[in-house]
Ligand binder design. Structure first.
Ligand code: AMP
Ligand code: MG
Length: 316
């Protein structure tokens, strides 16, 4: 039975020590990843929380949203950030060819998801995007960052990993990671491949060609999606990314096909129509999931100082 993460004020001394060790690993993780990206010429942008336009999270076979948070300010309807994908595409096409942002995402996941140990209703994405990049180049960057991170943590967070009993828990991943077309996994494991895959791998793997939101590139010639998810052993998906659509006609027809309301995406459609949207590729890594995998926590909420567990609302 999964234990629901509890708030700070109700933890025992031993549990608080564990919480602090996890924070040590999390600190080193953030230092390593932000440092790696900054050293490679990425600009570090600060996040936003309220906008008219946010990620539709639709259609996405993995999405399960109970409600979308909207409010009116100054006579306009705004939404809390579900992801900064729309902001990233505009920012990357205009001022910042290589960017990243630590972005708070609010996704009111269905309450049943409390039991997965893998969902919170608020979490942080390390979201990045690179103008004119190929999928392959982004995947190579992620592989070296994930593998370099584990190597770094074994030194920089040695005491914390030791106290969490995880010094030998996560091996330094071997690069390059294997990549599987989703269709191959459906043949092998059936439609529940996402649940089967983590138990069947020893090293992180990529899954490509996943039908989902309009902004991921769908090759009209082959019908394949040029996107990728990173799965880690035992746990599951920690990153989703893609090469992006940038042409107006393709974005607009996918929105019509999927029933996504064009009026919520007026700006990005206008930029695309004016030829001001540029090709790019990128991804977003769930920071809490990454740390949860490294420290071996049973619930991703355990990594959060203030757990946001689906269906459970604490005071803080
Ligand atoms: P997405 O683009 O929707 O796949 O989100 C990007 C990444 O954010 C995922 O690969 C996960 O690592 C993370 N993520 C998504 N939803 C959640 C959630 N409810 N709780 C924690 N992390 C999440
Ligand atoms: Mg995903």
């Amino acid at each position: 039975m999964m234990r629901t993460p509890r708030p700070l004020e109700s933890l025992t001394g031993k549990e608080l020590t564990r919480k602090r060790s996890i924070a040590g690993v999390s600190t080193r993780t953030l230092l390593y990843l932000t440092g790696t990206l900054a050293a490679r010429g990425f600009e570090w942008l600060l996040p936003v929380v309220l906008s008219k336009s946010t990620d539709p999270l639709w259609p996405d076979p993995g999405a399960s949203i109970e409600k979308r948070v909207e409010t009116d300010i100054y006579g306009e309807t705004v939404r809390t950030t579900q992801s900064m994908i729309i902001h990233k595409l505009v920012a990357c096409s205009t001022a910042y060819p290589k960017l990243f942002v630590l972005s708070p995402n609010v996704r009111i996941e269905k309450r049943e998801r409390r039991a997965t140990g893998w969902h919170s209703y608020e979490f942080t994405q390390l979201d990045f995007e690179v103008r004119d990049a190929s999928s392959g180049s982004v995947r190579t960057l992620v592989e070296s960052a994930v593998s370099g991170l584990v190597r770094d943590l074994q030194k920089s967070a040695r005491a914390e990993l030791e106290s969490l009993g995880r010094l030998r828990g996560v091996k330094v991943p071997e690069t390059p990671f294997r990549a599987y077309d989703r269709e191959t996994l459906v043949d092998r494991y059936g439609e529940g491949w996402e649940h089967e895959l983590p138990g069947a791998i020893r090293n992180p793997v990529w899954v490509t060609n996943i039908p989902r939101e309009f902004y991921d590139f769908e090759d009209p010639a082959t019908g394949k999606w040029d996107n990728y998810d990173l799965f880690v052993p035992e746990r599951g998906e920690i990153l989703s990314g893609a090469r992006r659509e940038w042409e107006y006609s393709r974005m607009a027809s996918k929105m019509a096909r999927d029933g996504v309301r064009k009026e919520n995406y007026a700006l990005i459609l206008r930029l695309a129509r004016e030829g001001r949207l540029r090709p790019s590729a990128g991804g977003g890594i769930g920071v809490e999931r990454l740390v949860s995998w490294v420290v071996g926590s049973r619930h991703v909420g355990e990594v959060q100082p203030f757990p946001k567990v689906p269906g459970v609302v604490y005071e803080l």
